[in-house]
Write a protein that binds this ligand. Structure first.
Ligand SMILES: *Cc1c(COP(=O)(O)O)cnc(C)c1O
Length: 379
C-alpha cells in the first residue's frame, strides 16, 4: 500500500482479512487462514457464531443506542451473568483500557489512598491511567509526565511482597501476563500477594481482559488459581468483537461510585450488551469443561516443542499459549512463514509466538495448526 490517510501507529501485514466464518478467515486475495488469534483474544466463539449473530441482528432492528439516562435490562442481564451469586456490582466501559482506568479511579476514591503497585512486563492499556500502570518502558516512551504514585515490582518475585504496604490503594496484576510474554503467575506467589493485600487494606485488582471469558478453561483465570480479588476487569472476549469493557467490584465499594462519579456515552449500549449476553449464556460449565479437555490435548502436543532448537520454552494455560523462540529467530519471520502456510498467529514481548485460538476450535484443527507451527519451527 502506497497512499495512506491513517496514522502509522500499526505495523500491518500486507493483506486484508475481509470475511470469516467459524475458525477460518479469508483475505482479499482469496486465501484462507486457520485462525490462531481470535482477533487478539476477542472472537473466542469464532466468527458468525449463530447465537451471537442472531442476538445482535434482532437488537439491531430494535435500537442501537440511547444513553445511560434510562433503565437498561440488557446491562442488568449481562451484569447478573458476570456476577453470579457473588456480592458484586458491574460498571460497563468500552474497552479493556477503560475498564482498568475505571478500576484505578474506583480504587483511589474508595480507599482515599493514591498509591498503586503494578508489575514489570504487565500490560493494562494505553490511556494515561492504564498506561501509567503498564510495566513496559517502550509503551510509556515520550508520554511523560505519567500519572503519579504508581510504582512497579518484579512479577513472581517474593521480594515484591515487601512493596505491599498500608499506604497502597491497590495492587493490579494479570494472573497470566499476556502482552508481556505469556508469563504464568506462580500459584503460591499470587496467594501471598492476596494475603499481603488483605493484611494491609489494599485492594487487589485482577486484570482479566485477556485471560477471562473462558480463555484458560475458566470463566476468569483467577478462579483456576482460587483467588478472591476485590476488583476484576474484563473486555476482549466479552462481546466476541463488539467494543466492550467491564469492571466487576465487590458491592462494598458501591458508595464510592454514586451517581455522577463516573460515566460514558457509549458504554453498555444495547447492541454490545446483546452480544455480551449471548457470549455469557454460551459460557456454560459444560463449555468450559470442553475447553479444558481440548487444552489437555493441546498441551500434550506442545510437549514435543521443547526439543526443538528454535524453541527455548513453552508457557501458558488453557488455550493461551506462548512459544518462546530462540534469539536468532525473530518471531515476525515465523508469523510471516505461517501466513504462507495458511495460519494466523500473534506475537508478545520477548520474541514470543503467542497463540489465542477461538475456544470453539475443534481438537483436529488445534492439532493441525500446532503441527504446522512445529514443521515451520523445525526448518
Ligand atoms: C488488551 C489488554 C488490555 C487493553 O484492552 P483494550 O481493549 O485494547 O483497551 C488491558 N489489559 C490486558 C491484560 C490486555 O490484554
Amino acid at each position: 500500500m502506497t497512499m495512506t490517510h491513517v496514522f502509522p501507529t500499526y505495523a500491518r501485514f500486507p493483506f486484508e482479512p475481509i470475511k470469516a466464518n467459524g475458525v477460518i478467515v479469508t483475505d482479499n486475495h482469496g486465501q484462507d487462514y486457520l485462525d490462531f488469534t481470535s482477533g487478539i483474544g476477542v472472537c473466542n466463539f469464532g466468527y458468525q457464531n449463530p447465537a451471537i449473530q442472531n442476538a445482535v441482528s434482532v437488537q439491531l432492528t430494535k435500537m442501537w443506542h440511547i444513553s445511560n439516562l434510562y433503565e437498561n435490562h440488557l446491562q442488568e442481564s449481562v451484569a447478573a451473568l458476570l456476577v453470579g451469586d457473588e456480592e458484586k456490582l458491574v460498571y460497563f466501559a468500552n474497552s479493556g483500557t477503560e475498564a482498568n482506568e475505571t478500576a484505578l479511579k474506583l480504587a483511589r476514591k474508595a480507599t482515599g489512598k493514591t498509591k498503586i503497585l503494578s508489575f514489570n512486563h504487565s500490560f493494562h492499556g494505553r490511556t494515561y491511567g492504564a498506561m501509567s500502570m503498564t510495566g513496559n518502558a517502550h509503551i510509556q516512551e515520550g508520554y511523560a509526565p505519567l500519572v503519579p504514585d504508581i510504582t512497579f515490582a518484579d512479577y513472581n518475585d517474593d521480594a515484591s511482597l515487601n512493596a505491599i504496604t498500608p499506604d497502597l490503594a491497590a495492587v493490579i496484576l494479570e494472573v497470566i501476563q499476556g502482552e508481556g510474554g505469556v508469563i504464568v503467575g506462580d500459584l503460591d506467589w499470587l496467594h501471598a500477594v492476596q494475603d499481603k493485600c488483605q493484611a494491609t487494606d489494599t485492594l487487589l485488582i485482577i486484570d482479566e481482559v485477556q485471560t477471562g471469558i473462558g480463555r484458560t478453561g475458566y470463566r476468569f483465570a483467577y478462579e483456576g488459581f482460587g483467588l478472591d480479588p476485590d476488583i476484576v476487569t474484563s473486555a476482549k472476549g466479552l462481546a466476541n468483537g463488539l467494543p466492550v469493557g467491564a469492571m466487576i467490584g465487590k458491592a462494598s465499594l458501591a458508595p464510592a461510585f454514586g451517581p455522577g462519579s463516573h460515566g460514558s456515552t457509549f458504554a453498555g449500549n444495547p447492541l454490545t450488551m446483546s452480544a455480551a449476553e449471548a457470549v455469557l449464556t454460551q459460557l456454560t460449565p459444560a463449555f468450559l469443561d470442553d475447553v479444558q479437555a481440548k487444552a489437555t490435548v493441546v498441551w500434550q502436543t506442545l510437549d514435543k516443542f521443547d526439543a526443538l532448537k528454535t524453541v527455548k520454552s513453552v508457557s501458558g494455560k488453557g488455550l493461551m499459549i506462548g512459544i518462546h523462540l530462540a534469539d536468532d529467530l525473530p518471531v515476525n519471520d515465523v508469523i510471516k512463514a505461517l501466513h504462507h502456510e495458511g495460519l494466523l498467529t500473534l506475537s508478545a514481548v520477548g520474541n514470543t509466538l503467542r497463540l489465542l485460538p477461538p475456544l470453539v476450535m475443534s481438537e483436529d484443527d488445534l492439532t493441525s495448526g500446532l503441527n504446522t507451527i512445529y514443521q515451520v519451527l523445525s526448518k
